[in-house]
Design a protein. Structure first.
Length: 372
C-alpha cells in the first residue's frame, strides 16, 4: 500500500500537542519543526488526519522539497515532481504560497513559475496543450524558507479550524485550533467539568466537550480531497464511521460558559447546538465579579478581554485584578488563562505554576497555568 508524506501546519506553540495527536492516530516517521508536523501514512491516514486532528490547520501532501535560489532552479526541480499521480487532465490546480528570508521573494513570480512547471509536466503526460481545469480543485501550495522550497497539495480545502459550528463569532474570537490545543494542555478528559467566565461564542466550552466526548472535530464537514480521483472515495466513509464509533457517549463531561454580553450567550448556545453537544453545556449572562468558586475537581479555561482589541490597557488590568480575587486557588480547581499582557501575573496576584508561549492570530500570548 502506498505511503504518503503528510505535512500539517499548526499555530506556533502547538507543535508538541499536534505531534502527540498524530502519534495517537498512528502516524509514522513523525518530524516536528516550527509551526509544522510531518509524518507518513496511507490513504486512510489522509482521511483520518482531516477528520480527527484538533490542532492542525490543514492536511497537505508533500510532493517534494529542494533548494532553489533562481527561477530556473525552481522551474527545473518543480517540473520533476509527479503531479500526474494526483492531478487529472481536467482537474483544477491553482497555485499559492509564501516566501520568507529567501532569494526568491516575489510571490506572484513564484506562483507563475510553479504553475508553468506543473503545466509542462502534465502536458507531457496527457499529451494536451490546454487544461480546462473544470474538475475538482487540487490546490498546489508552496513554501520557501531560507531558499528551501516545499511543494505540497492541500487535501483539506477550508482550514481545519472551520469545524462548522461557528458561522459567526464575537469580536476577538479565539481560533478553534488554538482553543483545542489549550484544552489538550489542560488535560481535559471524559469526566471533567469546565468553566469559561468569558465564553464569547463558546469556543473553549465546545472544544472541551468535543475533546471530553472524543468527538472528531471534522466529523460533520467535507474536505477537498474527497473529490479527488486519485484517492479511494470509500476511505472517507470508513474513517467517519470509525470516528463515530469512538465517541464516548457515556462521558460525564459538563461545560459552563458565562459572559457579560447577552448576545454572546445566545450565540454560544446556538453554536453548541450546531456542534451537537448542547445537552452537555450551559451558558448564562454573568459578570466576572459574580463568579463563584466552581465545584471541586473542575477546570477554568478562559481568554479574558485585553487592551489591544476590546478594552484599553487599564480596563484590562482592572479585570485581571478582579479575576485574581474570584479565582481562588486550591480545592482541586485548575486555571488556564491566555493573555498577551506580560505583567498579567502581577495584576492577577499570583505567579503561574507554568507558562507557555502561544499565538492567538498574530498576537503573541502566554498561557498562564495554575494547577497546584
Amino acid at each position: 500500500m502506498s505511503k504518503y508524506t503528510i505535512s500539517c501546519p499548526c499555530l506556533f506553540g502547538l507543535e508538541s500537542v499536534l505531534s502527540g495527536e498524530v502519534k495517537r492516530l498512528g502516524g509514522e516517521n513523525i518530524q516536528v519543526s516550527d509551526g509544522k508536523v510531518t509524518f507518513t501514512g496511507d490513504q486512510a491516514m489522509i482521511a483520518k488526519a482531516n477528520i480527527c486532528l484538533r490542532t492542525a490547520e490543514r492536511v497537505q501532501l508533500l510532493l517534494g522539497s529542494f533548494t532553489a535560489t533562481s527561477f530556473t532552479q525552481l522551474f527545473d526541480q518543480t517540473v520533476e515532481l509527479p503531479f500526474e499521480e494526483y492531478i487529472g487532465a481536467k482537474d483544477a490546480f491553482p497555485v499559492k504560497g509564501w516566501s520568507l528570508n529567501s532569494q526568491l521573494h516575489s510571490i506572484p513570480d513564484c506562483q507563475s513559475i510553479i504553475k508553468k512547471a506543473a503545466v509542462k509536466r502534465l502536458e507531457k503526460v496527457y499529451g494536451i496543450s490546454w487544461f480546462e481545469e473544470s474538475g475538482p480543485i487540487h490546490q498546489i501550495q508552496f513554501s520557501i524558507h531560507k531558499d528551501q522550497v516545499s511543494i505540497l497539495l492541500d487535501t483539506s480545502g477550508a482550514g481545519l479550524h472551520k469545524r462548522g459550528y461557528r458561522q459567526t463569532s464575537m469580536l476577538a474570537p479565539i481560533k478553534e485550533t488554538l482553543a483545542a490545543g489549550i484544552v489538550d494542555l489542560a488535560h481535559i478528559r471524559r469526566d471533567n467539568v469546565v468553566y469559561d467566565p468569558f465564553c464569547g461564542s463558546g469556543t473553549f466550552v465546545i472544544e472541551s466537550a468535543l475533546h471530553g466526548m472524543n468527538i472528531a472535530p471534522g466529523i460533520r464537514r467535507r474536505f477537498a480531497a474527497e473529490q479527488w480521483g486519485c484517492l479511494d472515495s470509500s476511505i472517507w466513509k470508513q474513517e467517519r464511521e470509525a470516528a463515530y464509533s469512538r465517541i464516548c457517549r457515556d462521558s460525564a463531561y459538563r461545560g459552563y460558559g458565562f459572559d457579560l454580553d447577552g448576545q454572546a450567550v445566545q450565540l454560544a448556545s446556538d453554536n453548541a447546538y450546531k456542534a451537537g453537544i448542547a445537552q452537555r453545556v450551559r451558558f448564562a449572562q454573568r459578570d466576572i465579579a459574580d463568579f463563584q468558586m466552581p465545584e471541586p475537581e473542575t477546570t477554568v479555561i478562559c481568554n479574558p478581554p485585553y487592551g489591544e482589541r476590546l478594552l484599553d490597557i487599564r480596563q484590562a488590568e482592572d479585570l485581571y485584578q478582579k479575576m485574581g480575587r474570584v479565582f481562588q486557588p486550591g480545592q482541586g480547581v485548575n486555571y488556564y488563562i491566555i493573555s498577551p499582557h506580560e505583567e498579567f501575573e502581577s495584576f492577577f496576584g499570583r505567579k503561574a505554576d507554568k507558562r507557555r508561549k502561544l499565538y492567538n492570530g498574530m498576537i503573541r500570548c502566554q498561557l498562564f497555568m495554575y494547577y497546584k
